[in-house]
Write a protein that binds this ligand. Structure first.
Ligand SMILES: C[S@@+](CC[C@H](N)C(=O)[O-])C[C@H]1O[C@@H](n2cnc3c(N)ncnc32)[C@H](O)[C@@H]1O
Length: 210
């Protein structure tokens, strides 16, 4: 009866369907690598939509970091980012497979955001970097390397969008050297999250952090 309702037809297909539900995959990855996931559940649709809403109009690539189960990926596509302008970087092989199955028209790159400039096509303008990376729980040298990549890759028009569960000022902000041009708290997420949008325009020639 349930099988017929879900139009899945066969118990094995139902088992596959349940195994691939976003919370199940997320929990599996969380247990395996808690520091690299840094969240108790996938981003809510509200958080995902507000992140996507920070992407400015224009051309250039939109680069999503830490695509996970694809909540933000979907919101970016729904916002109108063309599939051939969206690139997702994801470290976990399990999530990469899921993202490729779910979004066959976009580029999903299996690699670390700390190597971003090596992973992206050379010479392409970047409109926005949209990050769900757990910068607070990653080892400090990795977080720093990731932020260095943003500074190096974003030109005058590009922005970086990052959410954090630390509603005050997370430590990685000290290394960012960028202007926060927008900030908003999304309460409809577990836990509530603060989305910040950064521009590197005025900080291009600033001194490096000590
Ligand atoms: C908070 S979770 C993703 C949340 C995602 N928006 C969702 O709804 O599933 C963080 C993601 O960052 C990925 N990640 C962690 N370190 C990374 C790195 N150095 N490079 C790329 N992805 C990384 C994790 O594998 C995980 O998918």
């Amino acid at each position: 009866m349930v099988y017929r309702l879900l139009k899945l037809g066969h118990p094995r297909r139902v088992a596959h369907f349940l195994k691939n539900l976003a919370p199940g995959v997320f929990l599996q990855e969380l247990c395996a690598k808690p520091g690299a996931i840094g969240a108790v559940c996938p981003s809510s649709p509200y958080l995902a939509r507000r992140m996507a809403g920070q992407v400015p109009e224009g051309d250039g690539l939109v680069v999503e970091l830490g695509g996970g189960t694809g909540a933000v990926t979907r919101a970016l596509l729904e916002r109108g980012v063309p599939p051939d302008r969206l690139v997702v970087i994801e470290l976990s092989g399990g999530f990469v497979q899921r993202l490729r199955d779910r979004f066959p028209d976009i580029r999903v790159i299996h690699g670390s955001a700390a190597d971003l400039s090596l992973l992206l096509p050379q010479g392409e303008k970047i409109r926005a970097i949209v990050s769900s990376l757990p910068l607070c729980s990653l080892p400090a040298p990795i977080s720093r390397a990731i932020l260095d990549q943003w500074r190096m890759l974003l030109n005058d028009d590009g922005v970086a969008v990052q959410f954090t569960y630390n509603l005050r000022r997370p430590g990685w902000r000290d290394f960012l050297r960028a202007e926060e041009i927008a900030s908003t708290i999304v309460w409809a997420n577990l836990p509530p999250a603060n989305i910040s949008t950064f521009s590197f325009k005025t900080h291009k020639l600033g001194p490096p952090a000590p």
